[in-house]
Write a protein that binds this ligand. Structure first.
Ligand SMILES: [Zn+2]
Length: 398
């Protein structure tokens, strides 16, 4: 996907937009969403060069009529696990029939992933990326974590890096089956030989800090080692239980603490005091029938919140950001405006990006056109395929 770019010099206006979400508070209604009514966007090459009221749009080479519908930034899905093989239908079916979810199910996918060819892994990844793109996702992060050997982790990252700049080394997903009796040896591998093999292919390092995975001391050692190799930290934190992950994330200036389902007041205070984004992943709570994260509590404390899919075959097998927006509004106390912001600008903040997640001059021309007059319909019409157009890097791809 990174190879497609628009033709530099050719300008295109998308006009007759009923509701344009810019995420630029200096534009439009002055809200964080920077909503402009009766709007237009001008694209040149792969960038946005102008946004404003339709009547004031400059002359361009080409024109697209949005038909009185809504345009918003392409979604920024800052948390997914898409390099894998196999399927966990039976586990999901059993769980929906009353069995609980634990971190150990990951090992089922590890076995299938190790057995797959490079071509099979890449075909699977491409299939999910196409699926996500059709639903408006134009930027995505994805992780390793289903290999758990030096060669299999490095392979996953190489495959991911051919499709996105936002690649995360997650050798510390769970302790590998080979090291089940010696977790310390696995941490030594993850921070040693495996890190050396993986760091050239990744931007981020992540750890699943949870009972049954890695404790606070192990997580600190892993992230610190990654940072010394030039990787930036992010953490799976406080998903299944209370724990040290969130405060460790803030202490290490992680870009994001992901899940944040079980938080103490001290955890919330820590997030509010730092630059670490709280990334909420309601697909996981939906798919495990777990307690929802309390987005309202975080927002009221001044925490920056992102919304992402956590797309993975075990605990959240959805690639749909619109679905997550609807869940966040219905069950996590977010307003539709807040949820849309979190799924676009919030995701960008969780990846420390300013060139995506907004529709303003200088940003990439990554746009989603809804078959609806307003972005509120993403929550108002849950489950309906409203995305009717997607531009990525200035090229219409849907
Ligand atoms: Zn995850």
């Amino acid at each position: 996907m990174s190879s497609s770019t628009g033709t530099t010099g050719t300008t295109t206006v998308i006009g007759n937009i009923a509701t344009l979400v810019t995420n630029d508070p200096s534009l439009g209604d002055g809200s964080p969403l920077g909503v402009v009514r009766d709007a237009a966007v001008v694209i040149e090459g792969d960038r946005v060069v102008w946004t404003g009221e339709s009547s004031k749009a400059p002359a361009t080479d080409n024109r697209v009529d949005a038909g009185g519908r809504a345009v918003l930034p392409g979604f920024v899905d800052s948390h997914s696990h898409l390099v894998f093989a196999g399927d966990r239908t039976e586990e999901f079916n059993a769980r929906m029939s009353g069995r609980g979810y634990t971190a150990g199910g990951i090992r089922t996918t590890v076995a299938a992933t190790r057995a797959a060819t490079d071509e099979e892994l890449e075909a699977n990844l491409t299939r999910f990326l196409s699926e996500a793109l059709r639903q408006g996702t134009t930027t995505f992060e994805t992780k390793s974590g289903y290999g758990l050997t030096v060669a299999d982790e490095a392979r996953a990252l190489r495959i991911a890096a051919a499709h996105t700049d936002e690649v995360t080394y997650l050798g510390a997903h769970v302790v590998s089956p080979e090291h089940a009796d010696d977790p310390a040896a696995y941490v030594a591998l993850v921070t040693g030989e495996m890190l050396d093999a993986c760091a050239p292919h990744a931007r981020w390092i992540d750890v699943f800090c949870e009972k049954g995975a890695f404790d606070g001391d192990q997580a600190r050692a892993i992230l610190t080692a990654g940072r010394a190799k030039g990787l930036h930290p992010r953490i799976h934190a406080n998903q299944l239980s209370y724990g040290p992950g969130v405060q460790l994330a803030v202490e290490l200036d992680a870009a994001s603490a992901d899940h944040c389902t079980h938080l103490t007041d001290a955890d919330v205070d820590a997030l509010a005091s730092g630059d670490t984004v709280a990334t909420l992943l309601p697909g996981a709570e939906f798919s495990t029938r777990a307690e929802w994260p309390d987005a309202r509590r975080l927002l009221d404390a001044g925490v920056t919140v992102a919304l992402s899919t956590d797309c993975n075959p075990g605990s959240s097998f959805t690639s749909s950001v619109p679905f997550c927006v609807a869940l966040a509004v219905r069950d996590m106390g977010m307003t539709p405006d807040e949820a849309v912001w979190s799924a676009t600008a919030g995701g960008a903040a969780a990846l420390r990006r300013t060139d995506v997640g907004r529709v303003a001059p200088g940003a990439y021309a990554d746009l989603t056109l809804l078959d609806a007059p307003s972005h509120v319909h993403l929550a108002y019409r849950p489950g309906v395929p409203l995305v009717s157009g997607v531009w990525r890097r200035g090229v219409r791809v849907v």
